[in-house]
Design a protein around this ligand. Sequence first.
Ligand SMILES: [Zn+2]
Length: 171
Amino acid sequence: MTSLERLCQERGLSMSRQRRLIIRVLSEARTHLSAADLHQRVTELDPDISLATIYRTLTIFEEEGVLKRLDFGDRKMRYEQADKEPHDHLLDTTDGSVVEFQAPEVAALLATIAARLGYRLDGYRLDVFASPDDSRAESARACVTAVQPPAKRPRSRHHHHDGREHSAPGR
Ligand SMILES: [Zn+2]
């Protein structure tokens, strides 16, 4: 059982064949799929599943806390598992792919800023928009790849985790 299936079970969701298929594709994807991406992959397995069904199912999964919806403002909602380790996202503005990262120094900086304003940091959300710097990025990307299992699709630079908002320690 994948962790996504287990999460559905924990939330008491009934699992139709279509839902199972959608969960399977999401589990195997290792990236932040949009509804259209998901629909394309699901219909390779079952051509009868409509985009409307995909949308309806994603909405239910989101409401039940199984999936989290990511909005990078590019009119393409992406989804990822809701209960993973906190991390931030970098959107590749050239191809719309998403890279995940963790940057504890950002939390430290934001805590300092909050303190300056008289607040204690409870959490934050960070989306970075960037394009590949080919003179620098190869070694950094090789590094990221080494930590993650290789993606099934060879061209993919996406990495899978998820996107809970960060919580500051000792909240
Ligand atoms: Zn993510």
